[in-house]
Design a protein around this ligand. Structure first.
Ligand code: GLY
Length: 351
């Protein structure tokens, strides 16, 4: 007997990205539901009271996970689900992820699997998570063998961004978020890139108005891309500009030497140099990229050898059996998916 399972759905999964200078979660989303908040001790200490004031004094359950990429793990994923069960969570319960990419990716993954899926709200508190990881529904945990190796596409019900949380961000984490902002400009929107070049001082001073404008700009670019290609069949991959070399740099440094944004910054410069060779990107464009990244206090060079980079690229999770596809930029603001045969040997690639 053959059964037909119609997978086309008319269910509306669209959601708002709300950018404000306070926590702004509508009461209607919370009413009559049990609330379960996942955060970490540092973020909770800084922002827990302000969030609670916003959740309209409703009772909530709180899970504080350890801070750090190594805790975005299967162990934490199971622990949170056991906690949810023990605390009486049900299918109508609502999960709130208050924190950066680690909290957001992990909580999203829990939301997508617990009782086969419950609602969750992203409340990102780092620049990187506000402009990138909280938007678009990628959820993940790491395996010992690699970052984000297990995950789902599972959209939140709301992304509630409070830009004032950036005021307490460590300078290195702030710069890491700026790397993703530069990514949007250099690979997707030349007007954004020029805006960043012209606003370095305000950005480094964390001017709230400028930041809200930039965050909204990045989220608009990302949501337009995700709306067209939610599950990364093609177009969405351009959001990975700088990430192929970046992942190698992160991994080779054992996720210690460079954080994600720093590795992406170096990865973007390497990708731009590759684009100079194969897509005639003017060298002056790469120089502008390097200058902007340096102004944002980000690294732009690596000590890894070419051989290490080549080998690492081949084991990227986005590589296919015989090819690896890079996101390359023929000009500032444009990105093209460019496949190369494996084994990848950068030295042998010529103009
Ligand atoms: N961070 C890339 C994406 O969400 O697709």
């Amino acid at each position: 007997m053959k059964l037909h399972i119609p997978l086309t759905t008319t269910e509306d999964r669209s959601y708002a990205i709300d950018i404000a200078n306070q926590f702004a979660i509508p009461e209607t989303m919370l009413q009559g539901r049990r609330l379960f908040i996942v955060s970490n001790a540092k973020v909770w200490q800084l922002w827990g009271d302000a969030l609670c004031a916003n959740v309209h004094q409703q009772p909530y359950h709180l899970y504080l996970m350890e801070d750090g990429e190594q805790f975005k793990s299967a162990t934490t994923w199971i622990a949170i689900q056991e906690w949810l069960l023990a605390e009486g969570a049900n299918r109508k319960s609502l999960l709130l992820a208050l924190g950066g990419g680690v909290v957001g990716d992990l909580t999203g993954f829990v939301a997508s699997t617990f009782m086969r899926g419950i609602d969750f709200i992203q409340i990102p508190t780092t620049l990187l998570s506000q402009v990138d990881s909280s938007v678009g529904g990628k959820t993940a945990i790491n395996l010992p063998g690699g970052k984000n190796m297990v995950g789902t596409f599972y959209q939140p019900r709301l992304v509630a961004i409070n830009t004032t949380t950036l005021s307490t961000l460590d300078p290195r984490d702030y710069a890491a978020g700026l790397a993703e902002v530069v990514k949007y400009g250099f690979a997707m929107d030349s007007a954004l890139f020029e805006y960043l070049e012209n606003r370095v001082t305000a950005i480094m001073e964390r001017d709230q108005v400028t930041l809200a404008h930039i965050i909204a700009w990045c989220c608009r670019i990302k949501s337009e891309i995700v709306a067209q290609d939610e599950k990364e069949g093609g177009l969405r991959a351009i959001l990975n500009f700088g990430h192929t070399f970046g992942h190698v740099i992160e991994k080779e440094g054992h996720y210690c030497d460079h954080n994600h944004g720093e590795a992406v910054a170096i990865g973007m410069v390497l990708a731009a140099r590759l684009a100079e060779k194969v897509l005639s990107l003017p060298a002056s464009a790469t120089e502008r990229l390097i200058r902007l990244l340096e102004q944002f206090t980000l690294p732009t060079t690596t000590t890894l050898t070419q051989e290490t980079l080549d080998a690492g690229v081949a084991s990227d999770k986005k590589s296919a059996d015989t090819t690896i596809t890079f996101v390359l930029t023929p000009s500032i603001g444009q990105a093209v998916l460019t496949p190369f045969s494996l084994p990848f040997r950068l030295k042998e690639i010529s103009a």
